[in-house]
Design a protein around this ligand. Structure first.
Ligand code: M6R
Length: 368
């Protein structure tokens, strides 16, 4: 069964936990770090030879794939396409036998993703599953893959699966990029950052009380906009999905590079906007976005790194700053989404809604 080809749980990418280091990433100061994903090891050569990687997923899992696209481009220089499973099937998009199709799904049961898997498999592509549910339809039907081991996710809103998906997909990108000598220093830095991730996550969770306070200020907003770009375009999309899904506030995640192509018209002193401006490669551009939004009297919340002095000036201009620890660019979306998940949680409870069971939604969408 394909399930047997999928990574055994004890060998697969683990969520950010102490056990993580035991699975192949020594702490700084120890011997050279390495990545091991048991469920992929027999297929690495095949994946490296493929024409392109096609990620296929829905909802939050799709957002994790958007992060993975950039990580694979950065560390493995591979051509990557990201597809919404439903749209992919509506188009009956071309799939080639030398494609690697990666199906990402928390439940492993999402009907659109499963249908796309059957379609890609029939076309002869190598099918990889990244799921959180051992024995699920997607994990059983794929040729190989990784189990997240994030633990059973109860609430309808996907949270720990999202961060774990990014961890697993980053590990996959680092594995596929292992032969690049030019990327080696960056790769080692990313592996060391993966090992530090649990501490960074613990630190960012301390923002809970601040997020509650911010939620009190935003709970009656009609709409909430998130701007991000690069790795954090996904953070903007995911934060907006969480806010609309559980807090039932209209919300949009917008690529800040598109700001002048329409969204800027919405900006005034009444529309709350969260700008994700951590110190990655997009930092300068995001600083300029903030300046342009402030010139239109925007009401801003800025998510930035601890110790980023360039952002301090904006406090004096009426902006609220959320400070998060700095990690490598590829992992920063994991840290950045946590306070925004907390914000969504507090908005939901303050507005009197059920955070685990949002109206009209099911945990697993098993019909197309
Ligand atoms: O189980 P899956 O990851 O395949 O589910 C995909 C989406 O239905 C899911 O991520 C949905 O968007 C979440 N409720 C978002 O929080």
């Amino acid at each position: 069964a394909a399930a047997a080809a999928t990574a055994a749980p004890d060998k697969a990418a683990a969520p950010a936990s102490a056990g993580f280091m035991e699975e192949g990433i020594p702490a700084a100061g120890e011997s050279e770090p390495f990545i091991k994903l048991g469920g992929l090891s027999d297929h690495v050569e095949g994946i490296l030879r493929c024409r392109r990687i096609v990620f296929i997923a829905c909802g939050t899992s799709y957002h994790a794939c958007l992060v993975a696209r950039k990580t694979l481009e950065e560390f493995a220089a591979m051509p990557v396409v990201v597809e919404l499973a439903g749209d992919f099937m509506d188009r009956e998009a071309p799939v080639f036998r030398d494609d690697t199709c990666v199906f990402v799904s928390q439940s492993g049961e999402t009907a659109d993703t499963l249908r796309a898997l059957e379609y890609a498999k029939a076309k002869g592509a190598l099918c990889v599953g990244i799921t959180n549910t051992v024995g699920s339809a997607i994990s059983n039907a794929t040729h190989c893959g990784v189990h997240l081991n994030a633990g059973f996710e109860i609430g309808v809103a996907s949270t720990k699966a999202y961060t774990s998906q990014i961890v697993a997909l980053t590990m996959m990108a680092l594995l596929l990029g292992a032969d690049s000598r030019a990327k080696m220093p960056k790769r080692i830095a990313a592996m060391r950052a993966l090992a530090r991730l649990p501490d960074d996550a613990r630190e960012v969770l301390e923002l809970d009380a601040s997020m509650h306070k911010l939620a009190e200020q935003l709970k009656d907003a009609q709409s909430l906009i998130f701007f991000g770009r690069g790795y954090n375009f996904s953070t903007a999309l995911e934060a907006a999905l969480k806010v609309k899904e559980v807090a039932l506030i209209h919300s949009e995640g917008i690529n800040a590079g598109e700001m002048k192509h329409g969204p800027l018209a919405l900006v005034d002193e009444n529309l709350p906007i969260v700008v994700i401006a951590t110190q990655d490669a997009m930092h300068r551009k995001m600083e300029s976005v903030i300046q342009q939004l402030l010139a239109r009297s925007a009401k801003l919340v800025i998510l930035c790194n601890t110790g980023d002095d360039a952002m301090t000036q904006f406090e004096g201009r009426g902006c609220t700053l959320i400070r998060v620890p700095r990690t490598v660019d590829a992992l920063q979306p994991i840290i950045n989404i946590i306070p925004l998940q907390l914000l969504s949680y507090h908005l939901t409870t303050l507005r009197g809604f059920n955070v685990d069971q949002p109206r009209n939604l099911a945990k697993s969408v098993t019909v197309t």
